[in-house]
Design a protein around this ligand. Sequence first.
Ligand SMILES: NC(=O)c1ccc[n+]([C@@H]2O[C@H](COP(=O)([O-])OP(=O)(O)OC[C@H]3O[C@@H](n4cnc5c(N)ncnc54)[C@H](OP(=O)(O)O)[C@@H]3O)[C@@H](O)[C@H]2O)c1
Length: 281
Amino acid sequence: MSELPLRTALVTGANSGLGLASALELARGGLRVVGTVRSADKARKVEAAAADAGVPVETRILDVTDAAGCKDVVEDVRPDVLVNNAGGTCYAPVADVMEEEARHHVETAVFAPIRLARLAIPHMQDRGWGRIVQVSSVAGKVTYPLMGWYQAGKHAMEALSDALRLEVAGSGIHVAVVAPGGFRSGITEEMADVAHRYRGSKYATAFRRLDLGFTLVEPFWTDVQRVAEVVAHAATAEQPHGRYVVGRDAHASLLVSRFVENFRVGVELRDKAVRRLIGLP
Ligand SMILES: NC(=O)c1ccc[n+]([C@@H]2O[C@H](COP(=O)([O-])OP(=O)(O)OC[C@H]3O[C@@H](n4cnc5c(N)ncnc54)[C@H](OP(=O)(O)O)[C@@H]3O)[C@@H](O)[C@H]2O)c1
């Protein structure tokens, strides 16, 4: 019986939340896993978590906005599987975000994952096998107020990923978008700080209610391990789907959003309801 080749997975943002859970899950599945982190301290955290889980996970230092660093890491690792997970939030009214900050967000959320994919594709093409998993969000299709730049990044990344999937499918490369709803992580814990930062501003009520909203919907969130299992499936299945929506909250949001957007009056009613509910000025 011929042995299956050892696959190498590169996971960005592997020191916490979904990145760490996905790196461990892929390593448990028998892949060689290289996780990127932004500091030596964070690398030690990954090594400790991997030791606790009883699996090996290598690390490389990389800020995904560093184009030369991305090239070096991909040339060194030559991944069969790329999991573009690294990402941050941008909780703020659209017009309050200065261009430099917005560019940095789009650089992390859009240019970096596509750059890493572009660098990894030739290696995947040489082997006639590759998997690119793009960690998006329900915010890749649905839009809420006060997260406009975050959503812009995820929407753009999904559009590019859908086009890329069609373009590289002939080389044995599958591109899958994983779109989770909420799960507890560094990102979600940030909302309480943001609400605190906006205290006394005209958006104080809106951020306070958004924070409260997060708390109220949390029972419907998914466990990060469940999302990591979906990432690992998309990264290793012989025939992965193009898109995975994960979580009851994500399915419900998408359903409502699709329904509402088919009717002009639906959008008006939705806007009125959301503005009142959130308490926008
Ligand atoms: N949590 C949710 O409810 C949720 C829902 C849907 C989608 N997502 C998506 O899931 C992914 C993982 O987020 P998470 O929730 O697991 O949050 P997290 O625990 O805060 O993890 C984010 C990871 O991305 C890394 N990162 C951010 N900017 C980076 C950069 N420029 N270069 C390299 N690494 C960078 C962070 O590194 P540092 O520790 O150095 O900052 C961290 O490792 C994100 O793409 C997020 O949009 C999250």
